[in-house]
Write a protein of this length. Structure first.
Length: 103
């Protein structure tokens, strides 16, 4: 499978997956930001307002479509940009091992 096709397949899987928190996390919302302490890795992550929209959406069981719509509504940005940003955030959360797909 080519890298382009593999990336497209990964994006499709991310758009339809349901996510859950990884074990060992402590979450605190401070204003519009979200702070996540990963006790397993000994790291603290600070998410700004936009990233917080994605985080909260995932934790509420929303898919990428609903999260994209929330970003578009809040910031009045093009849908394609909002989707790209949301999908990038999901990939980063997976890389950081803060979320995992529900089975």
């Amino acid at each position: 499978m080519s890298n382009t096709r593999a990336a497209a397949h990964g994006n499709r899987a991310e758009r339809t997956a349901k996510w859950k928190l990884a074990a060992g996390l402590m979450i605190e919302e401070v204003g519009d930001e979200v702070l996540v302490l990963n006790q397993n890795a000994g790291r603290i992550h600070q998410f700004n307002y936009t990233a917080g929209i994605v985080w909260r959406g995932l934790m509420n069981g929303d898919g990428i479509e609903a999260i994209t719509a929330a970003i578009v509504d809040r910031f009045e940005v093009p849908e394609a940009r909002a989707r790209r940003d949301a999908e990038k955030m999901v990939r980063n959360l997976r890389i950081l091992k803060l979320i995992e797909a529900e089975e």
